[in-house]
Design a protein around this ligand. Structure first.
Ligand SMILES: *Cc1c(COP(=O)(O)O)cnc(C)c1O
Length: 480
């Protein structure tokens, strides 16, 4: 299954190799990097990968799959990277992402067993190791500057805590995260992980990050980078659990479908890649909450991004998006990989008109028929009912994002097994759990210390100049 894979931007730039694009976010033309072709595997190949999962474990499976997309890091090193990322110690289980049955034809893929109890650990742990590997090879260091409203920031910090060449400055809105999220992030005690609190909202944090990044000289001097969800290394790491889940449920025979609680379209886009590689996936169910930009596109053929004022704050907050940043990757395939067309639509029309309408284009094919995409919406009421229902019957407590996926997945399930992705543990979202079952979730023993840990933060209440000062003062690496 050896291969050569180059990367191209959805808007035409390239080709580049994997390590060229690893430390970058967007391509220089504003597009997203995708492999120039998807590796093609036979059923026998996927069965052999399943055997690797069973005999050698998830880390080895991950290295084998990554090797299909990466021709400039030797397999031996990929295995070291994935072994560091996926340990029983961090994930609490040998299988890393086990799958269990919760109803006659419904399964849960447990992607939230990692250090921060959300599925972002699955990708971020690998990304942290990739960064350290590539920076060592280049004899460089990097400063990650980011903003978070919760899950992404803590997953990034826990992943980069284990590395030596990356420092993190993470902005979060003062007092707006849940007590568990605060305890988890601010409890980290390391000179390389600096949590900066900002009075205001997540958007205010994001604006400060943008202001720093617009100072090209400062950005270059401190080698400032990002860990956002459009990074290809994050996306490709997620392909692995589609293969492992398929194998655990099907035993290597027959099709399955997946239901994926979606926000930035990263998780389900990895499912799309797996399906394009030949993995026997019948349907990919894209479940959204009240912020239904994606569901609307699949239903109508019109993709209309929302202003942040039009984005609802819901009880599945990690899916509260107004623009799905990974969607352009799927769209590239939908539009017959026509980079000029994607550039025109995403680089121009989306910015000027705020929407894209494919109904009259030559590629206005049915995404359900061609790519297996189905879609549905779940509301606050649905989440509460779903959490309560499964807590009563199989006695299983799920988080609100997982509940969105389960609700929509059950509605759209056919005869094949439906696997819903569990994207977080309920301990992170106490208040909706209380509404659904009358009590807050128990704190799993491995998180018992989270709420008691001493918290370390730096306040930034005087704008971008103060933020730059904090970075100057706290940097562990000598600026260039
Ligand atoms: C990030 C996140 C999602 C959405 O995933 P995307 O890849 O952005 O679609 C869903 N649930 C949880 C708990 C998350 O943290």
């Amino acid at each position: 299954m050896g291969s050569t894979v180059k990367y191209v931007s959805t808007r035409g730039y390239g080709p580049q190799s994997f390590t060229d694009i690893l430390l970058e976010g967007l391509a220089p033309d504003g597009g997203l990097y995708v492999p120039h072709t998807y590796p093609q595997l036979s059923l026998e190949d996927f069965q052999a990968l399943g055997d690797i999962l069973i005999n050698d474990g998830y880390a080895r499976l991950a290295a084998q799959i990554l090797a299909l997309f990466i021709d400039d890091i030797p397999l031996w090193d990929l295995e070291k990277i994935t072994r560091q990322a996926y340990t029983k110690e961090k994930f609490g289980t040998d299988l890393i992402a086990p799958v269990t049955k919760i109803e006659s034809n419904l399964w849960l893929a447990h992607l939230s067993q990692g250090p921060t109890a959300a599925f972002k650990d699955m990708a971020m742990q690998v990304l942290g190791q990739f960064f350290d590997y590539e920076l060592a090879r280049r004899e460089q260091t990097m400063t990650i500057l980011g903003a978070t409203s919760g899950d992404t920031g803590s997953a990034a910090e826990f992943a980069l805590l284990d590395t030596s060449r990356v420092q993190v400055f993470m902005l979060s809105p003062l007092g707006r995260m849940t007590p568990f999220q605060r305890g988890q992030m601010y409890g980290i005690d390391s000179p390389r992980i600096i949590n900066i609190t900002v009075p205001g909202s997540f958007d205010d944090c994001q604006d400060l990050v943008k202001e720093v990044n617009s100072d090209a000289e400062f950005k270059a001097r401190h080698s400032i980078g990002a860990v956002n969800s459009i990074n290809w290394a994050r996306l490709v790491s997620q392909v692995v659990y589609y293969v492992s889940s398929w194998f655990q449920v099907s035993g290597g025979r027959g099709e399955v479908s997946f239901s994926v609680p979606s926000g930035n379209f990263g998780n389900i886009c990895a499912g799309h890649v797996a399906r394009m590689m030949g993995l026997p996936i019948k349907d990919l169910v894209c479940a959204t909450n009240e912020n239904n930009v994606l569901a609307e596109f699949f239903r109508t053929g019109v993709y209309r991004v929302r202003a942040s004022t039009e984005t609802f704050a819901t009880s599945s907050p990690s899916m509260d998006i107004s623009k799905a940043s990974n969607f352009e990757r799927f769209f590239f395939d939908l539009a017959g990989r026509d980079a000029t067309e994607v550039g025109r639509l995403f680089g121009e029309q989306l910015l000027t008109k705020g929407s894209i309408d494919i109904r009259t284009t030559s590629y206005a094919q049915d995404p359900a028929e061609v790519y297996g995409f189905k879609t549905g919406v779940s509301t606050h009421r649905d989440r509460v009912d779903t959490i309560a229902d499964f807590y009563r019957r199989p006695g299983y407590l799920m988080d609100p994002h997982t509940a969105d996926g389960v609700k929509v997945g059950r509605e759209l399930a056919g005869d094949e097994p439906m696997i819903a992705m569990e994207t977080a543990l309920p301990v992170k979202f106490g208040s909706i759990t209380k509404e659904a079952i009358g009590k807050v979730p128990e704190i799993p023993t491995r998180f018992a210390q989270v709420l008691d840990a001493e918290q370390h933060t730096v306040l930034c209440d005087r704008g971008v100049d103060q933020l730059k000062e904090i970075i100057e003062q706290r940097t562990q690496f000598s600026p260039m």
